[in-house]
Design a protein around this ligand. Structure first.
Ligand code: COA
Length: 315
């Protein structure tokens, strides 16, 4: 996520209706497992996949966030289940994968949306802080893919290039240039993109599994944006620039639907940028001193306040 680009908060004009352009049955009969599927972008992809026919399993670390998300999905008629687990633990990955297949009978789509992030200068980041984000984003993504392979390559999915399953890795654009105070996430997401391409080649060839990614820009109302562009951020770092605005979670979910549906059958090994062209502009700088205090405050808040789906919420 490109943090120091100037951002406009608020709704994007002309996209209020949020009606899906896809047929409601494009994912009928599919089973999707989403890490980080209980909040933010992951939850929106869960919702849209579910509304388009898929059964949804979500994996996350916090029980309350999972319970609220599952309840919100079921209230919309979506078949959904939540499993507690940390993508950093291989045994969790294996257990959740197995439980998903036991519950729904198969696995067709894995979405790696779990991620860790905080603002910090390279000078202030400990090697363990760097490793923590690499472990969640990069190693976690590989671990989930690795554990999913035996399920994704199995099964009768008909003829054509989508006989195997699909993997979708949520990435970022940070590493396309350089991004202030995001050395850990930039490195982790660069690795994720590389994993996407390598697996697309190997597993596309060997198992007909398509592996793609989505690199979102800053998306409104997500834990990521709340952490990286918090309200406390100095307002001059968030001045309005006419071309740029926050994206919607829906924008990312529609890209995910395209990649997961028949429409994306010939797309393999790509990471689709969905950021309104934001990464092409120059990253904005804020003072390192401001980042120090800001980041600690935001991290404290993210651990004490719920960041998932509000209980009883619908879309
Ligand atoms: N600034 C600098 N270092 C930080 C930090 C911050 N704001 N937050 C955490 N760290 C460092 C810690 O100091 C620690 O390093 P140390 O042992 O050398 O001191 C290391 O990161 C691990 O922290 P810890 O709190 O043990 O990790 P955790 O596993 O409990 O939490 C995080 C992982 C830090 C990524 C946490 O933010 C998280 O759980 N995030 C998930 C949600 C999220 O980030 N969503 C946004 C998605 S874009």
């Amino acid at each position: 996520m490109t943090v120091f680009y100037t951002l406009m908060r608020g709704s994007s004009k002309g996209r209020d209706s949020m009606e899906s352009p896809f047929k409601a049955n494009v994912l009928e009969g599919k089973v999707a497992l989403l890490t980080g599927g209980g909040s933010g972008i992951g939850f929106e992809i869960s919702t849209q996949f579910g509304l388009h026919g898929a059964s949804i399993a979500i994996m996350g670390r916090r029980k309350q966030v999972l319970d609220d998300a599952v309840q919100a999905l079921r209230s919309q008629g979506i078949r959904a289940i939540g499993f507690e687990g940390d993508v950093r633990r291989r045994e969790d990955a294996a257990r959740v994968m197995e439980s998903t297949v036991k519950h729904f009978g198969r696995l067709d789509i894995l979405v790696n949306a779990a991620a860790g992030n905080f603002l910090v200068s390279a000078e202030d980041l400990s090697p363990n802080g760097f490793r923590t984000v690499m472990d969640i984003d990069s190693v976690g993504t590989f671990t989930m893919c690795h554990e999913a392979l035996k399920y994704l390559k199995k099964g009768d999915r008909g003829k054509g290039p989508a006989r195997g399953g699909l993997i979708l890795n949520i990435s970022a654009t940070l590493h396309y240039t350089a991004s202030w105070y995001q050395i850990h996430v930039s490195a982790a997401k660069a690795a994720v993109d590389s994993i996407t391409r390598s697996l697309a080649l190997e597993w596309g060839t060997d198992h007909d599994i398509r592996v793609n990614g989505i690199a979102p820009g800053p998306i409104e109302d997500t834990p990521g944006t709340r952490k990286l562009v918090p309200d406390e951020m100095p307002s001059k770092s968030r001045e309005y620039m006419p071309l740029y605005k926050l994206g919607k979670k829906w924008d990312i979910a529609m890209a995910a639907l395209y990649l997961a549906s028949e429409a994306g059958n010939y797309v393999n090994g790509t990471t689709m940028i969905v950021d309104g062209g934001l990464w092409l502009s120059k990253p904005r700088h804020i003072e390192k001193e401001a980042v120090r205090e800001l980041s600690r405050t935001v991290e404290r808040r993210s651990r004490t306040s719920p960041v998932g789906v509000p209980p009883n919420s619908k879309l």
